[in-house]
Design a protein around this ligand. Structure first.
Ligand SMILES: NC(=O)c1ccc[n+]([C@@H]2O[C@H](COP(=O)([O-])OP(=O)(O)OC[C@H]3O[C@@H](n4cnc5c(N)ncnc54)[C@H](O)[C@@H]3O)[C@@H](O)[C@H]2O)c1
Length: 252
């Protein structure tokens, strides 16, 4: 059995760094054409697209703007003529003070829900419309362990946004399977990226490793093969599933 994603066009959000860059490289190794979405890092996104090859290209969009999410899907579809899979990976983890000033608290909640949940919903909506006309497709949500385990009070909005992704993903899987649309969700634990670094800096690597069943921190390359498998077609009968990649830190 060999995973081949040749002739597959895959839109990957937040693909220029961290987990996204790991996923992009792995998809490229499997032969996929990756539409690497980025917000600010044009240079790294373009370099990565070039490194991957297979006609991969970089696409800019600020996912805080609903219209920009919609336009992103359209641009990718028009560039390649089709999209086979969408991977909702981009996300933010804003720390907030539950007892802080109301306006600041509200803004952080709105921003978190917009980028993590609403942008994924808009992109999924566009993908579903296209997949229905194109014979089907696959969506992968990069959620979080926090969706199932909960998070600290400073990251309640983050956990809620990732929990929302779970319900969205399951609804797509249950409601659109007959249209040949499959939905999958991965729930990473702690992955060593820029996002996680702020926590490591604050508490130290040892503290983080103590929380794991394994002896080492998870890297983007430890998650990426799962995503390749999910978009390959080999996992289609697992549509609706959620896969934990958390180094045994939360088993449920
Ligand atoms: N690193 C972890 O420990 C961890 C754990 C669980 C889940 N996750 C999830 O994995 C995904 C990737 O995280 P990461 O660790 O690689 O983080 P990261 O901060 O390195 O990358 C996040 C990506 O999202 C993009 N992004 C953020 N805001 C955006 C916006 N407004 N518009 C467009 N793009 C935007 C960034 O440009 C970046 O490419 C996120 O959804 C995150 O919640 C990460």
């Amino acid at each position: 059995m060999k995973i081949s994603l040749k002739d597959n066009v895959i839109l990957l959000t937040g693909g220029s760094r961290g987990i996204g860059a790991g996923i992009a490289e792995a998809l490229g190794e499997c032969g996929a054409t990756v539409a690497i979405h980025y917000r600010n890092s044009e240079e790294s996104a373009r370099e990565l697209a070039q490194k991957i090859g297979n006609g991969s290209k970089a696409f800019q969009a600020d996912l805080q703007i609903p219209e920009a999410c919609k336009n992103l899907f359209t641009r990718v579809k028009e560039t390649y003529g089709k999209v086979d899979s969408l991977i909702n990976n981009a996300g933010i983890a804003l720390e907030m003070d539950e007892e802080g000033e109301f306006e600041t608290w509200l803004k952080a909640w709105q921003q978190t829900l917009q980028v993590n949940l609403l942008a994924s919903a808009i992109l999924s909506r566009e993908a579903i419309g296209h997949f229905k006309q194109n014979g089907g497709g696959r969506i992968v949500f990069v959620s979080s362990r926090a969706a199932f385990r909960g998070d600290t009070t400073e990251f309640m909005a983050y956990a809620a946004s990732k929990g929302g992704m779970v319900a969205l993903h399951r609804s797509i899987a249950r409601g659109l399977g007959k249209d040949n649309i499959k939905s999958f969700l991965v729930a990473p634990g702690f992955i060593q990226t820029d996002m996680a670094q702020q926590f490591i800096d604050q508490y130290g690597e040892e503290y983080v490793i103590d929380d794991l069943a394994l002896n080492e921190l998870t890297q983007p390359k430890d998650l990426a093969p799962t995503i390749c498998f999910l978009v390959s077609g080999f996992m289609d009968h697992a549509t609706g599933c959620s896969i934990d990649v958390n180094a045994g830190s939360y088993v449920h």
